[in-house]
Design a protein around this ligand. Sequence first.
Ligand SMILES: Nc1ncnc2c1ncn2[C@@H]1O[C@H](COP(=O)(O)OP(=O)(O)O)[C@@H](O)[C@H]1O
Ligand SMILES: C[C@@](O)(CCOP(=O)(O)O)CC(=O)O
Ligand SMILES: [Mg+2]
Length: 403
Amino acid sequence: MQPPFLTSAPAKVILFGEHSAVYGKHAIAASIHSLRTYLYVTPTADNAITLNFPDIKLYYTWESNSLSKIPSPSASIEINDTIDQQVAEQIQNLIKESNIVDPLHANAAFCFLYLYKCLIPNTSSLKFTMVSTSPIGAGLGSSAAVSVALSYAMLQLANQQTNKDLINKWAFVGEKCIHGNPSGVDNLVSTHGGAILYKKGTEAKLLDLSNNPLEILLTYTKVPRSTKTLVSNVRQLYEIYPDIITPVLDSMDSIACKASHILTQNEPDFQSIASLVDINQGLLQSLGVSHETIAKICLLSEQLHIGPTKLTGAGGGGCTLTLIQDSTNVQKFKETLTDTYGFDTIETQLGGDGCLLVPNDDLNGDVIKQLDKLFEESESNKVNKDIIDSLLLPGPNQKLPWK
Ligand SMILES: Nc1ncnc2c1ncn2[C@@H]1O[C@H](COP(=O)(O)OP(=O)(O)O)[C@@H](O)[C@H]1O
Ligand SMILES: C[C@@](O)(CCOP(=O)(O)O)CC(=O)O
Ligand SMILES: [Mg+2]
């Protein structure tokens, strides 16, 4: 497909099974339709590739001859989820030579360049602009949304017959570039949307939560953390104490399986779900991935009799989810979280669309002007979520023909 066109992918929440999913245990995750990453691919006239990632303030242009020096991974268009180490090393060298040092930038650039070398190595004169309405590095799967949006766009540029399985497979490669050893749950749920029971290497089971909407409140502590670091900390613990950590991971597996069973009943027993949230948080804490801010939210939700809280995603800060069992004190809860602790609360519905596309044929001159204006503005200022949503959010009142 010729540019310009747009892709988009949603954030996610892991209800149960973060970290243990990396060890082949079950996890339950759902997409968050309204927190999305958008990628706008536009043509340029400079025989170069430009990254325009304003959310993390990464702006860079590579001349096409500096990219063509790097060989393409042997995987090429045939999916192979083992990272080609020789190619990876050369890309990392280019990133260093380009003075891209902040790990946030280096991870995003590595993900982009590796997928570029696999999927569209002979392409140039393109600009990739990415904006996200979800918090970044916060446990809500922004890395997976980025990987899905990039994979989808690059498969379109490569004129590949795209199906969601292929997008997901390449997005998994992208996640590997960002965090080393992902379970694959985040890219799967971001690609397909909805809610799933996931276990690495097996087919995911779709969970229909629509009849039993779980009432949850997300809290963003604003404490930055890196999934890559937290996953590797757990790995170290596992390697030192395999006989102690294995049963913890097995318990998390049982929690996810039990929760999936309960949530798919006609009348789910939310009291049992609440106990499972509590136990799961205790186990995550024992893996060393909680944080003092998370402990504060757990305590407050208990004191105000709201319901239990657990971290979601990799932990170490980032976001928590609170199960709202009793909404009497929710207002007080939210006020204390924002006014006393300086956190953000995020109200959201679980599930919804996975990755989406607005093809080139469906973009007319008027819409392109509006998109150019929004994305140009994003280069100098972080664009407000409401403004992005008003033009880009898919859904019943959408302005763009997402498909
Ligand atoms: N909007 C974005 N623009 C550019 N890079 C992004 C964006 N969102 C996420 N990323 C990349 O993903 C990384 C965060 O991934 P990770 O640590 O897994 O946290 P999470 O997936 O929970 O948000 C960032 O360091 C950055 O490299
Ligand atoms: C910790 C983990 O289970 C989830 C990470 O999610 P996030 O990147 O923190 O949103 C890792 C994974 O499943 O790949
Ligand atoms: Mg991530």
